[in-house]
Ligand binder design. Structure first.
Ligand SMILES: NC(=O)c1ccc[n+]([C@@H]2O[C@H](COP(=O)([O-])OP(=O)(O)OC[C@H]3O[C@@H](n4cnc5c(N)ncnc54)[C@H](OP(=O)(O)O)[C@@H]3O)[C@@H](O)[C@H]2O)c1
Length: 330
């Protein structure tokens, strides 16, 4: 095998231009590792945080946490994967923007034959995120058919999966998005109601839609621009799930603020807690594969880029030009 592969790497944190196509060495997997040859890599907003340095990493760094391909070599102690398996993952550490990589095996799962590589690369990180949000990050008493939830950026990669999965669970997802066209896309994918938060007051609209009661849970990946107003969309004892910072990090706030708003709960959730073990990763992936194979959730790939064009992919994602998922093809 070739001892070097092409990868999109950064040597400094910064604007998309810091992404450069380079040759990097790729070796043999050690204990608990595999080498995978990527057929497709996923693009995620967390890649932007890694590129800018918002989430710290050591440099130089090959970006990317999501991919799909063929297992080429298996290290000692790995029993759930074999050479030749079709496989996919969402996993730390970064390194998915490459033709091939050596990586920990515990977050890599075998891919059902019915799911193609592009779809897998478009859905692992985003779909597992929706699984833990809607199934495991719940308000007191859980969520039940008919319940309202507020989900920001509903036409994005995570968002369109959430719209469909929420519909399959019987939930009334109120989705926000940045344009009327994006709102329509979210409704077509199962959002019960949508709000264009660039020209509508989403707090007022949520109150209107819920007869003044508010929602049991808000899933907020926007961060700085929406956090405080999202709290005002909750009913008493409601749960605020902050899981991203597309507009910037949530500023510090006094915890006492949660009392007068109705004894609210707040969590800052991350997928990586949920996929810490092979068993939990496999269980979550099985649920994701099931909703995709049943047709309850379709994975929309609205943007495809050559791996070498990753900088353009980042520009499009950051300037809110994208909908659904994006993949990079090595
Ligand atoms: N914690 C976790 O476990 C976890 C896992 C996966 C993803 N996430 C987070 O979930 C979010 C969605 O991820 P994704 O990869 O699917 O991205 P995405 O939703 O496809 O793209 C981000 C979207 O955020 C919206 N947005 C609002 N304000 C923005 C701003 N100032 N700059 C850029 N975008 C803005 C835009 O949609 P509109 O134009 O419709 O507003 C944009 O399309 C990200 O914040 C990501 O970090 C968290």
């Amino acid at each position: 095998m070739a001892t070097t592969v092409q990868a999109m790497q950064i040597e400094d944190f910064g604007e998309p231009e810091v992404l450069q196509l380079v040759e990097v060495p790729v070796g043999e997997p050690g204990p608990g590792e595999i080498r995978i040859r990527h057929q497709a890599c996923g693009l995620n907003f967390i890649d932007v945080y890694h590129r800018t340095g918002l989430y710290p990493n050591t440099l130089p760094l090959t970006l990317g946490l999501e991919g799909a391909g063929i297992v080429e070599a298996v290290g000692e102690g790995v029993t759930h994967l074999q050479v030749g398996d079709r496989a996919a993952y969402a996993s730390q550490p970064p390194g998915a923007y490459s033709e091939a990589r050596v990586m920990p095996a515990k977050c890599v799962v075998r891919l059902p034959d019915a799911i193609d590589f592009d779809t897998a690369a478009a859905m692992m990180l985003k779909g597992l995120t929706v699984q833990y949000l809607l199934k495991k990050t719940l308000p007191q008493g859980g969520l039940h058919p008919g319940d309202f939830v507020l989900f920001h950026a509903a036409a994005g990669g995570v968002g369109l999966i959430a719209c469909q999965w929420a519909r399959a669970l019987g939930l009334q997802l109120i989705g926000t998005a940045g344009s009327d066209a994006k709102c329509q896309l979210a409704r077509e994918h199962g959002a019960a109601h949508t709000i264009n938060y660039t020209n509508e007051d989403f707090v007022a609209r949520v109150k209107e839609i819920t007869d003044g009661k508010g929602v049991k849970v808000v899933y907020d990946s926007i961060g700085k621009d929406t956090f405080e107003r999202s709290l005002d969309c909750l009913r008493p004892f409601g749960l605020m799930v902050s899981f991203g910072a597309s507009s910037g990090p949530v500023p510090p706030f006094p915890i006492s603020m949660l009392a007068p708003k109705g004894s609210l709960y707040v969590t800052r959730a991350t997928l990586f807690t949920h996929i810490a073990t092979r068993e939990s990763t496999q269980a979550m992936a099985d649920e994701l594969f099931e909703v995709v194979q049943s047709g309850a959730v379709t994975i929309r790939i609205d943007q495809r880029y050559a791996l070498a064009d990753a900088a353009q992919a980042h520009r499009d994602l950051e300037t809110r030009q994208t909908t659904g998922s994006s993949v990079l093809i090595p």
